[in-house]
Design a protein around this ligand. Structure first.
Ligand code: GDP
Ligand code: MG
Length: 51
């Protein structure tokens, strides 16, 4: 198993990228309250990799 940590400035598109890579549906938006969050999922292209 490999863990990949996705970090970046608020509103830089982390959740959008996370959703694209994992196939999950984390909230993508730019209003207060969802800016700081932690999500975990496997890459849809390689389930050995946790993002
Ligand atoms: N134009 C454009 N907007 C994007 C892109 N990725 C994300 N956004 C927008 O940027 C805002 C923040 O995206 P989000 O993924 O929630 O950023 P996070 O705060 O880093 O998780 C949202 O309004 C998205 O629709 C992109 O590739 N292009
Ligand atoms: Mg986010």
């Amino acid at each position: 198993m490999t863990d990949v940590l996705l970090v970046g400035a608020p509103n830089s598109g982390k959740s959008a990228l996370f959703n694209r890579l994992t196939g999950l549906k984390h909230k993508v938006a730019n209003y207060p309250g969802i800016i700081i969050d932690v999500g975990k999922g496997c890459l849809s292209s390689n389930r050995q990799v946790t993002l």
